[in-house]
Design a protein. Structure first.
Length: 286
């Protein structure tokens, strides 16, 4: 697709002063940004995100990428857009499942941000549906601000920006293991957040009551595709393939409390697998 879009730009006689507008969800934004950042060694582009996850997360920060084979976002660039234009009115047309999927990323931002945003989201759970006029605007703006603040301090992911990977090491493995067909991205992140919270408890870093509050928020957003039938022993082999890993060392993002997370590099693989199994068992019993 990147080659096709570049060829289309060439056919339309786009030059180095042209402007590309990426109007769509996260995949469109990543693709459009990647093409813009590489076409004729870089042209300007604007992000116009049309999904929840794109508005609060993927359209912000200038990370662009395309997939190669089975590896998600393997080839990419850091290329900030000239503008991100996010209007919540477009979210009214989203299917309910797609709409809710984005709020798992909002939950991630709430865990990163702290009690204020977390409590706001807890109070807003009952109104999470497409077309809820204006009720979610404040939540979306504050969730987006979390990403903006982190990116402003660490644009090229030296270390601080890795915190945004909370839930994603587990989530990416679940996506890859199921060939990207069972979960929407936010749903995989949801399971990842539940596993990360459980891992925090197992590492004696997170209080069990705090973990339960995080889990209640995630599960309160909506139903998730099952993970009961997935083999933890096979999924563990995918953890080191996470694109945030360096020399095979995984940077696990583990919550210590709501509003504070830590990057841990020496988590025993058996403990990560135990966290996944524990979440699977809680689904079976739930």
């Amino acid at each position: 697709m990147a080659e096709q879009v570049a060829a289309m730009l060439l056919k339309k006689r786009a030059d180095r002063r042209s402007l590309l507008i990426a109007f769509g969800g996260g995949v469109v934004g990543d693709l459009g940004g990647f093409v813009a950042s590489t076409y004729m060694r870089g042209i300007d582009y604007i992000q116009v995100p049309t999904t929840v996850v794109a508005q609060v997360d993927s359209a912000i920060g200038g990370k662009t990428a395309v997939n190669v084979g089975e590896m998600k976002n393997l080839i990419g660039t850091f290329a900030p857009p000239r503008l991100v234009l996010a209007d919540p009115v477009v979210l009214k047309s989203l299917p309910t499942r797609t709409f809710l999927s984005g709020f798992y990323e909002v939950a991630k931002h709430a865990v990163l941000s702290g009690p204020s945003l977390f409590s706001l989201m807890e109070k807003t759970l009952g109104s999470l549906r497409p077309g809820s006029d204006g009720a979610l605007d404040t939540l979306l703006v504050r969730a987006a601000q979390v990403k903006v603040d982190i990116v402003n301090r660490d644009e090229h992911e030296a270390d601080l920006r890795r915190l945004l990977n909370l839930g994603h090491t587990f989530g990416h493995a679940l996506e890859e293991f199921t060939d990207y067909r069972r979960f929407l991205h936010g749903e995989a992140v949801a399971w990842g957040l539940l596993c990360a919270a459980r891992l925090g408890v197992l590492l004696n870093m997170l209080d069990a009551k705090e973990a339960e509050r995080i889990s209640a928020l995630v599960r309160g957003i909506g139903p998730l595709p099952s993970i009961r039938d997935l083999a933890p022993a096979k999924i563990r082999k995918l953890f080191p393939r996470d694109k945030k890993a360096v020399a095979g060392q995984i940077h696990w993002v583990v919550p210590e409390k709501i509003g504070k997370v830590r990057i841990v590099r020496d988590v025993p693989m058996e403990l990560a697998v135990e966290a996944l199994r524990s979440v699977q068992q809680s689904e079976a019993h739930g």
